[in-house]
Design a binder for this molecule. Sequence first.
Ligand SMILES: Cc1cc2nc3c(=O)[nH]c(=O)nc-3n(C[C@H](O)[C@H](O)[C@H](O)COP(=O)(O)OP(=O)(O)OC[C@H]3O[C@@H](n4cnc5c(N)ncnc54)[C@H](O)[C@@H]3O)c2cc1C
Length: 279
Amino acid sequence: MKPSRFDFVRPASLNEAARLLGEAGGVAKAIAGSQSLGPMLNLRIAQPELLVDLTSISELTAVTEHRDHVEIGACVTHADIEDGRIPDPSLGLLSFVAGGIAYRAVRNRGTLGGSLAHADPAADWISAIPLLGAELLTQSSRGARVIAAERSMVSSFVTTLEADELIRAIRIPKMSPRSRWGFCKFNQKVGEFAHAVGGILYDPDNRRFRAVLGAIETAPIIVADATTLFAGPFGPDLDKRLDVNAVLALLDAKAVTDEYTRQLAPVALKRAAKQASAS
Ligand SMILES: Cc1cc2nc3c(=O)[nH]c(=O)nc-3n(C[C@H](O)[C@H](O)[C@H](O)COP(=O)(O)OP(=O)(O)OC[C@H]3O[C@@H](n4cnc5c(N)ncnc54)[C@H](O)[C@@H]3O)c2cc1C
């Protein structure tokens, strides 16, 4: 199938892109790597009248390092992150996650901001970025906003972004050198979307011990105090201390009833815990 007719513009600045989206009154869509929107256009699931291409906007590929965080432009690709072409605030977590997304051809074009805006519950960044305690820096013709990543996704393919609001950058706190992490994407074939995601972040110097349960058909569950899942603080053999009932209670609270998901979620978290405590 072919997309329905649309106009196409390629602005050179973020302000211009925000203005075009604002003036379009909901009939325009931003396009970045086109790895999710492209198929939706072809299937006519999306039928915008105007596409605003973000790929020539240098502000969106800028990466700036600060004392306690790194700001990654929304159009930085999965491959840029996988290959370590940008400063890493995460002691390797970001490049590990990027390398597990799809295939290299998809990673060469797909962008961090596009993935977060698209909010596919089975995608990787939608779980990993909130685990890191990151924030989305957005821009629209009405001004700028900062949204905590863990509050940006509401449900499957639904975010708190306004229709004409762009993600400009993702602000990721730097992890201290003693930090540990684990991230398990459960899939059966390389390149697939996740069937389950479990993630652990432990940063003693910043008093953070967080967990994520993702690919649960809605927004991921972020656990800000993971001691509640492991009957105590971070330590060796963390995986052996996982309280499966506590995980199931979290899934109950989100009305996750699918039995396959409920079986896999604790397994993914256990594997992430093992990776974190063994590193
Ligand atoms: C075969 C295949 C396999 C895949 N497997 C995986 C996988 O295993 N894991 C995974 O996580 N993903 C996977 N993906 C998705 C891929 O990671 C996409 O790159 C990503 O979901 C969307 O990024 P994009 O830059 O291509 O966005 P686009 O497709 O260009 O846009 C997607 C949506 O985001 C909006 N958007 C884009 N940029 C912005 C911005 N800066 N601000 C606001 N809105 C914006 C667009 O308007 C659109 O609604 C796969 C894709 C394909 C084709």
